[in-house]
Design a protein around this ligand. Structure first.
Ligand code: SAH
Length: 264
């Protein structure tokens, strides 16, 4: 494609809108939102970030807002391509980071296959925000030599994560596990992880990280599922497993699960 025809064409920017707190947007994200003529907005994106958009920008919600089924991925990809071909500056706004369980990879592939210019603006992924809000690091020279971001929800037909293998690796290599989309499968995940990690491994569940509605509970691997139920923590939550949480656990009453409304 020639440079001149490309300049007449629009482009697509995949923008990470961060975990929820609009102040956690990057400056680059704000600039991209401000220069968009069309915004395709995912679920879990805080609408407050749209205050940076031009008043006449077209905003299309493609998530499950309003109780509707979410827009099929193939349709979103086609829409991005056709808007860019019509010269629009398209911003695809995604919760957290577009490349952490955001299907950003599939969208980049579809756009590149169609010859559309595409850029990515990173966002703060919810796993980072969750731990930051608790003042707990993801890595620690004593407790965790690395971190694994892992999904609790495989695509239909996919066997998904081998939790037993992951538990053994996490124990041997001292890794923190940050589980996204893990609430509905928590019982099975807990049982499998217990085959490789001790029952007293600390766990934290953080719902609505970075938002005024944030809540969290601490537990152990042995009490993960029962804690989710008694504390009624639901989606969106991240579940963090690992010894980096020992300090947090020690700071709280060890006899009780603690549920805190964080006053931010
Ligand atoms: N791209 C997103 C993740 C999308 S998958 C990111 O980088 O954060 C959706 C999952 O992300 C949810 O099921 C939940 O596990 C997690 N999540 C998203 N926002 C969250 C939030 N504010 N607090 C806790 N977990 C969140």
């Amino acid at each position: 494609m020639s440079t001149s025809s490309r300049s007449a064409m629009g482009k697509v920017t995949l923008v990470g809108a961060g975990p929820g707190d609009p102040e956690l947007l990057t400056l680059k994200a704000v600039k991209a939102i401000a220069s968009a003529t069309v915004l395709l907005v995912d679920d879990l994106v805080n609408e407050a970030v749209l205050c940076h958009a031009q008043p006449d920008a077209r905003i299309v919600y493609v998530g499950k807002r309003g109780g509707c089924a979410s827009t099929p991925q193939a349709f979103i990809e086609k829409l991005m391509v056709s808007e860019a071909l019509h010269g629009e500056q398209v911003v695809r706004l995604k919760g957290g980071d577009p490349f952490v369980f955001g299907r950003g990879g599939e969208e980049v592939e579809a756009l590149q296959a169609a010859g559309i210019e595409v850029q990515v603006v990173n966002g703060i992924t919810s796993g980072l925000a969750a731990m930051g809000s608790l003042n707990v690091p993801l890595t620690h020279r004593e407790h965790a030599h690395g971190v694994v971001f892992v999904t609790g929800h495989a695509k239909p037909g996919d066997a998904g994560t081998d939790w037993v293998a992951l538990a053994h690796t996490a124990r041997q290599a001292k890794l923190t596990l940050v589980i996204y989309m893990g609430v509905s499968g928590a019982a099975a995940i807990q049982n499998a992880l217990l085959q490789g990690l001790p029952g007293d491994t600390p766990v934290a569940i953080v719902q609505n990280a970075s938002l005024p509605t944030q809540r969290h509970a601490t537990a152990t691997l042995a009490t993960l599922h029962s804690t989710l139920q008694t504390e009624q923590l639901g989606s969106p939550s991240v579940i963090v497993v690992g010894n980096v949480l020992r300090g947090l656990q020690a700071a709280m009453d060890p006899q009780q699960t603690s549920l805190q409304q964080l006053h931010r």
